[in-house]
Design a protein around this ligand. Structure first.
Ligand SMILES: O=P(O)(O)OC[C@H]1O[C@](O)(CO)[C@@H](O)[C@@H]1O
Ligand SMILES: O=C[C@H](O)[C@H](O)COP(=O)(O)O
Length: 943
């Protein structure tokens, strides 16, 4: 007779330590039940890794699932695994029935990532129990210190539990007691304890692997071979025998009999890890010697085949020679090998091994998923030392589960401050998609309302995202023109006004806080203009507000009866808000298909999910590169280059990167809009990031980047297949910035240094409001309508000079390798001015071989301004101000827009100086002539 079948008479149930879809679908499992008397099946993360990552039969189900509903690797794995577990449960259902619920179980293990988290394990076990929904399921819970109370609780709720990773007899005893206590709880609640089954999986072969290694080391070191040699291959079985002895003792006596009277079943010992690892040992070793009543042996297929072929059944083998077992363990201890230490380490090692198997499994699922979904490709080229450091960082993040911790909102990933309160951006895409109907209705209202123009008023994160969408998507046929205003420059406000047909314009006032100065005074201005156009009763029908709940702007919008009011999410900071209403409301108004945009973006969200290991996770990988390059290699200038159509991304990225990371004297300095040069133009402080829209490539740019990569600069190249996939970059870079922030060691969600200049600005605007004259400082030099201003410290550092050119030369000569130059221009933001400043910055870059940045004030104050003031003190700044040709008052105030802009420039420079930055101002009597003069002076300085 088949030896496997004979085990039943000896009181042992053979289970199979293996699951694979083909085994169930092909009918082999049913065959084993009939032929071998198979009574159950166990799985573990390593088994599922083998199955899902390597077996071909998952391909079709995998594809079908992902194509229908793309999601994160963890969900894909669970979908496949749960289907297998349910199918196995159904195949084993007859056994379950025939054995009166004692056998016929299939086991599914909780995530090994939760092994040290009691509540997490309880929640996960309940969730899996409900998801599988089969009476013959056992949830596997590891016997860690955190696992034992979870086992008690879960048994107390009537779940059937397979306790895994048991190595030590005392720990086993604690588990058995937890089972009994759990049953008592369940009975006290009126639960039917007869329906609760449990096994305690006591691991065998792994003990021998470790103890044999220790013994062999002693033999090799010349220890007493006569004592050591006979102990090889003895420890595991001896240890298991003592566990069985405990089992017999615990499941006897009054307390237990009381539960038996209520129908309780014993928690059987299940011999696990019974495939021999040492090929010199008989392949049936861990079966034959452990046969006993009320036991289970879960065997891997090869062990089961071997036992079927040549196994022999010795009844009660496990109870034989108990004294010998004690003697073996005693002798091992005598050799200085502590069983307590070995078994303790094995639990930790077991958790680590299963977590690694799970990582591998999820990595493999992630890889297969990537082949099925459309995610923008990214390639990182980095010199070997940087690549190696990034790989090391990724390995560290994987081992410490940092991606999971990030998603779970563990503030310790960063500085342990309030970071957890600012993670709403992680799951906003799914949430917005679930309510996309609101946006669709809004879009229809805009179109049907006959609006030909939409003008957004907002600063920083409230406006840069919408601007990227508008410039990248372009005007949608049949939809309004989109405009964005983020300036207090009177000329710029007037320029916008000239483009609008006010009677057909919808303004979107966008401010999370609702209290930002600029959108409020822009609103005041356009409110007045709209009253002139539409009248007191109807002006507010031309206004939409996007703001966080409870803000002052919300009150205004409600009080004035704005046409629409949308709420942002408080746990999302401005620069992370583009995928919330702050980006989506303007997108809808522009006629962008918001639903499609969100679905496409969701693929990147899934690619960056908690379950995607760091090295495969596109956002994390990029963040590890940026953070590591900056902190370990001094490459903190993130130089952004784009293909023309998506050039707007640069300004959005600038804010995200600079405002998030630039603080406490650390951080990344984004460099946007600086045309690429030859390798000789650069120092060793750069990382280049190129974002290219397919079909929009710039061959010259590609060639230059290839040369830079060859010259040893790290280069990231990201390709968007379609402009509608730009949302993927929003998410990738948000994740990357958060990760880089963790590496840099700052809180990427605050902006502590922005407030400082606001305070100084407010002091000045308050003075104007009171009608108090603000004394203008004296310049240190004047020439051809240009005045140079420097505070005493900067003036002293520069000395006295007779020409503008000399002043500028001495100022910029203060920029050395690793520094950057910032041109901070409080002038109208036009193409022409951009071009002029671009020419100047390139001149400076090539002369000083440093990175250069250009910001238009006050726009950059809500963006890069944070890093300029709070980041590394490596900036050399030239503030550029100018007389306003035409200025006008802010309605309801005594100050004008020009005065506000002036106060902002003053406040900004004041803080830069306070922070001991190398910063001076040039004031131009007239902008265009002044810029030309400035260019000439710089040309001359560095001729
Ligand atoms: O949306 P709000 O509250 O008007 O803020 C605008 C911008 O100002 C900042 O708070 C910096 O001043 C940015 O972080 C933000 O994007
Ligand atoms: O429940 C089963 C265990 O996970 C399995 O037997 C472990 O076996 P191994 O030690 O061969 O990995």
């Amino acid at each position: 007779m088949n030896p496997l079948k004979q085990l039943a008479e000896a009181g042992q149930a053979p289970w199979l330590d293996f699951v694979q879809r083909g085994l169930i679908e092909g009918g082999e499992l049913a065959t084993m039940v009939a032929r071998d008397g198979l009574k159950g099946v166990t799985s573990n993360p390593a088994i599922f890794e083998k199955a899902i990552a390597h077996a071909p039969e998952y391909g079709e189900a995998f594809q079908r699932f992902v194509r229908e509903r793309d999601c994160a690797p963890m969900e894909i794995y669970e979908h496949l695994a749960i289907a297998d577990i349910q199918a196995a449960a159904d195949a084993l259902a007859p056994v379950h029935r025939e054995t009166g619920g004692r056998d016929g179980f299939i086991s599914l293990e909780v995530s090994p990532y939760l092994a040290n988290d009691t509540q997490g394990t309880i929640d996960e076990a309940r969730r899996l129990w409900a998801a599988v929904d089969r009476p013959n399921l056992m949830i596997k819970v590891p016997a860690t210190s955190a696992g034992i109370p979870a086992i008690h609780t879960l048994i107390g709720e009537g779940l059937s539990i397979n306790v895994t990773l048991l190595f030590a007899v005392p720990r086993y005893e604690a588990v058995a007691q937890a089972y009994i206590a759990g049953l008592e709880d369940y009975a006290a609640k009126g639960g039917d304890v007869s329906k609760v089954a449990s096994v305690a999986s006591f691991f065998v072969s792994r003990i021998d692997t470790v103890i044999d290694r220790e013994l062999q080391a002693r033999i090799d070191a010349g220890g007493p071979a006569g004592i050591l040699q006979p102990l090889l291959g003895q420890a595991a079985i001896a240890n298991a025998k003592l566990a069985y002895e405990s089992f017999r003792r615990i499941f006897a006596g009054k307390a237990w009999e009381a539960l038996v009277a209520k129908g309780a079943q014993v928690q059987r010992l299940l011999w696990a890890s019974t495939g021999v690892k040492n090929p010199d040992y008989p392949d049936t070793l861990y079966v034959e010697r452990l046969i006993g009543r009320d036991t289970v042996n879960t065997m891997p297929p090869a062990t089961m085949d071997a036992f079927r072929d040549h196994g022999s059944v010795v009844h009660d083998a496990v109870e034989q020679d108990i004294e010998g077992a004690y003697a073996v363990l005693h002798a091992i201890e005598e050799q200085g090998i502590s069983l307590a230490t070995v078994t303790h380490d094995l639990v930790e090692d077991g958790v680590r091994q299963f977590a690694e198997a799970f990582d591998k499994l999820l990595g493999a699922v992630a890889e297969k998923r990537e082949a099925l979904v459309t995610v923008n490709a990214a390639r990182i080229e980095a010199p070997e030392d940087i690549a190696h450091a990034v790989n090391e960082a990724a390995a560290g993040w994987r081992a410490d589960g940092v991606v999971r911790r990030l998603w779970a909102g563990d503030a310790a990933v960063w500085t342990g401050a309030d970071e957890a309160d600012w993670l709403g951006w992680l799951d906003i895409v799914g949430q917005e998609h679930a309510h996309v109907g609101t946006l669709v209705r809004f879009a229809n209202a805009i179109r049907e309302g006959g609006f030909t123009h939409v003008a957004l008023l907002g600063m920083g994160g409230s406006s840069l995202g919408p601007e990227v969408l508008a410039t990248s998507f372009g005007r949608q046929a049949g939809w309004p023109h989109f405009h964005m205003l983020d300036s207090t420059d009177p000329a710029q406000i007037r320029a916008l006004e000239r483009k609008l047909d006010l009677a057909k314009t919808m303004f979107i006032v966008s401010s999370k806080s609702g209290s930002t100065l600029e959108p409020n005074i822009m609103l005041a201005h356009f409110r007045a203009r709209m009253i002139e156009t539409a009248g007191e009763a109807a002006w507010s029908r031309h206004f939409t507000a996007v703001t966080d709940p409870g803000s002052s702007l919300e009150q205004v919008a409600k009080h004035e009866r704005f046409a629409h009011l949308f709420h942002g999410v408080k746990s999302i900071g401005g620069r992370y808000s583009v995928l919330s209403k702050f980006g989506l409301v303007p997108a809808a108004a522009m006629g962008i298909d918001v639903s499609d945009f969100l679905v496409r973006t969701s693929h990147m969200v899934a690619s960056c999910a908690a379950s995607v290991p760091a090295d495969r996770n596109p956002g994390v990988r990029l963040g590890l590169l940026l953070g590591t390059a900056a902190t370990r290699f001094g490459r903190d200038k993130v130089t952004i280059v784009t293909s023309p159509r998506i050039a707007g991304l640069g300004a959005w990225l600038e804010q995200l990167i600079a405002e998030s990371t630039g603080k406490q004297g650390r951080g990344l300095i984004p460099v946007d809009g600086e045309a690429l040069g030859e390798p000789a133009a650069y120092g060793k402080d750069r990382v280049f990031a190129q974002l290219v829209l397919k079909g929009d490539e710039d061959k010259a740019q590609d060639a230059k980047l290839a040369a830079l990569a060859k010259a040893g600069h790290p280069v990231v190249r990201i390709v968007l297949d379609d402009v509608a996939q730009i949302g993927q970059e929003f998410f990738r870079w948000e994740m990357a910035t958060a990760v880089a922030g963790a590496i840099i060691g700052i809180n990427p969600f605050d902006q502590p240094d922005v407030e400082a200049s606001k305070i100084k600005t407010r002091a000045l605007t308050d003075a104007y409001e009171k009608g108090a004259p603000v004394a203008a400082p004296d310049p240190v030099f004047r020439e051809n309508g240009i005045a140079v201003y420097a505070d005493p410290a900067n003036a002293e550092a520069l000395g006295r000079h007779n020409t503008l050119s000399a002043w500028l030369k001495h100022h910029f000569q203060r920029a050395h390798a690793g520094d950057y130059i910032g041109l901070l221009a409080y002038i109208e933001h036009t193409r022409a001015h951009e071009a002029k400043l671009e020419a100047i910055r390139l001149r400076l870059r090539d002369a000083r071989k440093v990175a250069t940045c250009v910001g238009f004030g006050p726009r950059f104050l809500h963006s890069t301004g944070q890093a300029y003031k709070g980041g590394p003190n490596s900036g050399v700044f030239l503030q550029i101000t100018a007389d306003d040709a035409a200025d006008f008052a802010v309605p309801g105030h005594r100050y004008s827009f020009g005065q506000v802009k002036g106060a902002q420039a003053e406040g900004d420079l004041g803080v830069l100086v306070e922070r001991e930055r190398r910063a001076i101002r040039v004031h131009l009597a007239e902008v265009d002539a002044g810029l030309a003069e400035l260019e000439k002076a710089i040309d001359h300085a560095f001729a």
